[in-house]
Ligand binder design. Sequence first.
Ligand SMILES: O=C(CO)[C@@H](O)[C@H](O)[C@H](O)[C@H](O)COP(=O)(O)O
Ligand SMILES: O=C[C@H](O)COP(=O)(O)O
Length: 946
Amino acid sequence: MVENPLIKLEQYKQSPWLDFIQRSFTQSGGLKKLVDEDGLKGVTSNPSIFEKAMGHGTDYDEQFKQLISSGITDVVTLYETMAIDDIRAACSVLYPVWEKTHGLDGYVSLEVSPYIAMDGHATLEDARRLWKRVAEKNLMIKIPATAPCIAAIEGAIAEGINVNVTLLFSLDMYKQVLEAYIKGLEAHLAKGHHIAHIASVASFFISRIDTAIDKQIDQRIAAGDKESGALKAIRGKVAIANAKLAYQHYLEVMQSDRWKKLEAAGAKPQRLLWASTSCKDKTFPDTIYVDQLIGRDTVNTIPPATMDAFRDHGTVADTLEQNIDEAKKILAEAEHLNLDLKKVTDQLLEDGVNSFADAFDQLLGSVGEKQMILQGNKLTHLQSDLPSDYETAVKTGLDKWRKNGTVRKLWDRESSVWTGKDENKWLGWLDIVDQQVENLAELEEFQKEVRNRGFTDILLLGMGGSSLGPEVLGEVFGHQAGFPRLHVLDSTDPQQVHSFQQKVTIATTLFIVSSKSGSTLEPNILKAYFFNEAKKVLGDKVGQHFVAVTDPGSHMEDVAKQDGFWKIFYGLKSIGGRYSVLSNFGIVPAAAAGLPLQEILYSAQRMEKACSAGSPPAQNPGVQLGTIFGVGVAEFKRDKFTIIASPDIGSLGSWLEQLLAESTGKVGKGIIPIDEETLTVPSVYGKDRLFIYLRLENKIDPQQEKAIAELKAAQQPVVTINLHDKAQIVQTFFQTEFATAVAGAFIGINPFDQPDVEASKIETKKITTAYNEKGSLPVITPIVQEQGFDLYAGKVEIAKLKGLSTISEALKSFFNEIVAGDYVAVLAYIERDLATREWIQKLRLAIRDKKKVATAAEFGPRFLHSTGQAYKGGPNSGVFLQITADDDHDLPVPGEKYTFGIVKEAQARGDFDVLSGRDRRVIRIHVKGNMKVGLDKLSQSILNIL
Ligand SMILES: O=C(CO)[C@@H](O)[C@H](O)[C@H](O)[C@H](O)COP(=O)(O)O
Ligand SMILES: O=C[C@H](O)COP(=O)(O)O
């Protein structure tokens, strides 16, 4: 009987390892059979191998399901848990070999993350982590032989970690690796440890060298190179010659005194392992890279097909030490022929690192896709319908992010993702959900206490990021039985303040004063007013009805302490207002209103994990959406993001509006969100739109569906976020926060500052201070006056409207300036109630239909903390119609001379002045006398002139 060549290798002291791992192969006994029948002595894995194993087929489905149902997790954890199980299972099959060979063989290799191949510190950290997690004696951690990782190899060996050094191509690098191994052993020994148990191999890649060199040879021969004969003579020989010389170096070092000392202390040599040994060129024997590299104290890791071929017809002889002079000649000849081995091996190392990273991306992508499918309805679904050029640009954008590892950089909080300023300080929202989950017991305790105290109402006082999130949560989840009803007051309009006072029963109301900075004017004066009012009813117990949510060290914290508030909940300094809904700013009001906290947080966490660092861009719902946003603005000038939401989740629009506008609308760039603009026929929309459809699957509005279908058919870009139930708005919070940050990177701005909101605050402050000093507001002069109306114009408009004597003429001239790509914003500083909302809506739709431009309908001062940023700082395409009116009645602000009415007037003026100062097209119409009558008359004259 012919002896199995694989078994025969043992006589030559070469160990065959298997370059392959797969769950079903291990489980079915295939691996053990190789050990028993072929003398297999080890296993290697790499990202490509795991990609083939895990990314295809059904081997892992059962564990996938188990892991997904047992908890919420990210793709890297999913991959790693399954990969480690495979590695452990293989370790246990190979363990008898390890025992029998006293730790010389029997190893299974697991590679560190390929993403950090150029970061030695991170690689060493990862090696330690994996070594600890797998915790098997016969494990080897694979570390790439890049320049930055040489120190990691030495460091790992010095800590007693078994290392398989991978991606070795050049003799020079091999010399450094062997030196690192020796130094590592010396360090371990110097610490007084044994070194006999430490094992290492240096994986020298073979076939890739021939593939690269032979390609050059073939090209030169085809081009008729005069050295064609000489080139042909070394074709298919360089890789083996290179390996033989590496082995010669190994033998030399093994003879050195330095090594002999270590050997005497029990050290094992770092054997050379031949990797990449399947033959890629059909003109050579398929076993060439096994046959030609047989020598004592070496390993050959062989992929299954090559192993089958070698078992079948491999030839076994002591080849490695033969023809060394010839090998030297081949390398000299290669140099003489200008084949530049150094350049080739440098390139192969770079390509090798990249291709493992690509394979890992692919692997994590397939894990992500499977996870998505298995999560089913537990995660919202994103669908994009984009014109083909837009779609192509999005794909390019996603791939750029993948190649640059930008998602990981984002999670590593690197400012370089954006403008390189202080963006790194504003990323606390990335993992706030995890913190809240840990904090769940405390939040639930608060929830219980609120219920037990029998409050009937909650009145939340706050602006922008501190109010819009709680407002959506309250409106979408609705009133919860046994809990108080949540009302959110974010206005200085005295009528509106009064209406809210009427809505609640002060004696049984819990007031939540919410201000991140603690210094915002509105929550401070609202607190002062309601504290005063509540004191009249509750006396000394008033503080017990107040809760503050604010950042530590803020003015509001001082106020709350001084006034004996029941509780103070803190925000995080690293989370800006508009990214704060899943922090205490949203979650504390949600707790008080009796919302299902665990469900909310777990659901949000699902999205956080889906957007995690390991989730490649094309499978990452946050990056996908953000790329659509960013590319739309940056490359297609589609900056009017039209938000269409199913009615039951309609309030999500005003939250999203703030997020998009405040984050991106600056330095003349950015997104202009268009909320609540009811859909109409496609012909009304210009090429400046992107439609965001927030679709509540179980409560769709048929009219919206129809209109959206028409828009898609008309080639308007539509991105649909499909929510399987309304509680999934919390996933939309995280996804759109992430997407906005991503979009900011594409647009090229810092998505975490709001420079222009501050400008209005300063102007407002000047006016209220002036009022406090003088007891009256500075005089301003209208440019047109008419019965019931005063019209003021900003500096760009004054010249244009000069000489016009009626409001109607002025309006006509103003609206005639509108061109395609503009947007019109109606900014009303009046009470926001059903009637005024209907009024403004009718007006803006008429403007849209006649002028075919995007329109915004906003109430002041609410929008100042939201879209106001983009109106002032974003693209100068806005046409602003500010509307103010006489107050029916006013309310005092305790401790100040000014009233709520004065504050509102100051805010309108401050806003107007900044818009005017920024050369925006702005006019203000002040309605005198009865507001309702005035508003109707005004809209009528606008309709007439349009
Ligand atoms: O573990 C190792 C080397 O230590 C191997 O898995 C090594 O990565 C593989 O042999 C190579 O990646 C295979 O390369 P190739 O045949 O695709 O060129
Ligand atoms: O979006 C934030 C608003 O400007 C309110 O800020 P604040 O929470 O610091 O009071």
